[in-house]
Design a binder for this molecule. Structure first.
Ligand SMILES: [Mg+2]
Length: 192
């Protein structure tokens, strides 16, 4: 997979993204290289651009990792034609919201594959919901050492989640999310 990361911008981000023509050129080049999907080559709001790009490449297109509203996900799939919708369970309506989007993607012949970049519990809930409802074998998680390692990602958990050398992840088997929240540890960190 290749992540262009042009779907959304952070404060201070001065990079210029691709226009549709550049995105088509990139997609066609990646297509020849056997890339599985190209992720967020255009701004998330450019649904028409996604539709145009999708009509000009056979490469799977993924998008929507910061989408909040179900209708945004619906439009990216139904009008934009994206192959993979990447909504985060934490940001897009929780477990029920994610299930609705996953169902809509599946009914449309597309995939839901969550992106998660919040914290250990966000990772956990996306992993469990993906195992339950996703038709795609992949989840996008924070793992970019040394800057983004398991300790920085999973500081809310008793111990970091383990990602195997081959990239596979086994979710914890306990009830609920599999790992109970340590409320005694959280209490002194309350902000109010
Ligand atoms: Mg991404």
């Amino acid at each position: 997979m290749v992540d262009a990361n042009y779907g959304w911008r952070m404060a201070g981000d001065a990079r210029l993204g691709w226009d549709v023509a550049e995105a088509v050129q990139a997609a066609r080049a990646f297509e020849r290289m056997g890339v599985y999907w190209l992720e967020e080559p255009l701004p998330t709001s450019d649904v028409q651009g996604y539709a145009e790009l999708r009509s000009k490449t056979a490469l799977r297109i993924a998008a929507g990792e910061m989408v909040r509203q179900a209708h945004e996900a619906r439009d990216l799939i139904a009008r934009g034609g994206v192959d993979v919708i990447q909504t985060d369970v934490v940001l897009s309506g929780g477990v029920t919201g994610a299930r609705r989007i996953a169902d809509f993607a599946a009914l449309s012949g597309r995939m839901w594959s969550p992106h998660t970049w919040t914290n250990g519990f966000g990772f956990l809930v996306n992993l469990h919901v993906a195992m339950a409802y996703s038709t795609c074998a992949f989840v996008e998680v924070p793992f970019d050492p040394p800057g983004w390692g398991p300790d920085r990602r999973d500081w809310l958990l008793p111990e970091p989640l383990f990602i195997a050398e081959d990239g596979t992840i086994r979710p914890p088997e306990g009830p609920g999310l599999g790992i109970p929240a340590d409320l005694a540890w959280l209490e002194p960190r309350r902000l109010d």
